[in-house]
Design a protein around this ligand. Structure first.
Ligand code: HEM
Length: 294
């Protein structure tokens, strides 16, 4: 029986390290992925595979595609494809650094590290803007329903599709706003996390209200703050049983539907955006049966 990678459903860890890889030109990824699959797999690791890697394997994952760039009034979301993505989860940054190096060496014949970012917990689960993140996340059975593919085909059921975006905050712009304007960008009060009854139409929680979409657009968010030198922001992560819910929300956020741009863009912008597929596990190992040669 295939099962989801447990790390994507588990609560956020104290520390994360995200490794994004591109393909080594001309290399066959099969052996590198087999080595990753042989690696013991628990809550400490989530693996995502990009559409280009699936194509290099000669396989097909129904529903997997690259992110497409989006634009709305004055705002654009890039698309930055990745061949492989590893989310290392743990308690301590140094341990994750070394584990990341080991895993990167394990796949180095086929994948080149493109970007490494460390994620951390800020004040018990807040974005660096100070607002609590994850309040309206589905939980338990609803989280599984939102994030996990329900399909009888071996190697597909239990998998998940993930959108990974690095948002970079303009903390000076945020600091220059009054408290009411900041609360209006999010649609919740910083002081007590209560949703504003009179939130403006651009308020993030109004733009993203999952139940306001048809069909409802539930996603499982697992984002964490990041900081590097003077730059900082949110490593936004959303797991879904497809990319549809995520993309519907993002289209509305950027104003592609009605010209109203999400208030978030007043202090943050996405610098990267990648779509990947997270295979299920079978007997505690990555289940890559979809790519078995026949
Ligand atoms: C820097 C980027 C972002 C920040 C700082 C941010 C922050 C927040 C905050 C503070 C909330 C309210 C509390 C909660 O329910 O979690 C929220 C809700 C939400 N966000 Fe974001 N968010 C960001 C990007 C995104 C993106 C890119 C999407 C999806 C495309 C998204 C989807 C949602 C959803 C679905 C909700 C819950 C809405 C509801 O059903 O009430 N967010 N976000």
């Amino acid at each position: 029986m295939s099962a989801p990678q447990p790390g994507l459903l588990a609560p956020l860890p104290a520390a994360s390290r995200y490794l994004t890889f591109r393909a080594r030109p001309g290399a066959d990824p099969r052996a590198a992925l087999a080595r990753l699959a042989a690696h013991p797999h628990g809550e400490a690791l989530v693996i995502g595979i990009g559409a280009s890697t699936v194509a290099a394997l000669g396989g097909e994952v129904p529903g997997l595609r690259e992110a497409t760039p989006l634009a709305g009034p004055g705002q654009a979301v890039p698309a930055t494809p990745a061949a492989l993505w590893l989310w290392l989860r743990g308690d301590e940054r140094g341990v994750l650094l070394h584990r990341g190096r080991e895993l990167a060496a394990l796949v180095a014949d086929a994948f080149i590290v493109d970007e490494v970012i460390d994620g951390f917990v800020h004040r018990g689960g807040r974005d660096l803007s100070g607002y609590e993140d994850g309040t309206e996340n589905p939980e338990g059975a609803a989280a599984i329903d939102a994030a996990i593919v329900d399909d009888p085909r071996p190697g597909l059921g239990g998998s998940s599709f993930v959108a990974v975006q690095r948002w970079i905050h303009d903390l000076d712009a945020l600091a220059a706003m009054g408290q009411a304007e900041r609360d209006g960008c999010i649609g919740r009060r910083l002081a007590d996390n209560v949703e504003l009854g009179d939130a403006p139409p651009w308020a993030h929680v109004k733009r993203a209200a999952q139940e306001s979409f048809a069909p409802p657009a539930f996603i499982l968010r697992r984002s964490m703050p990041w900081a590097e030198g003077a730059d900082a922001g949110l490593l936004f992560i959303a797991f879904g049983r497809s990319f549809d819910a995520f993309e519907a929300i993002l289209r509305r956020m950027v104003g592609a539907e009605d010209g109203i741009v999400d208030g978030l863009f007043r202090f943050t912008r996405p610098r990267s955006s990648a779509f990947l597929w997270c295979p299920p596990l079978v007997d505690g190992r990555l289940d890559l049966r979809l790519f078995d040669e026949t």
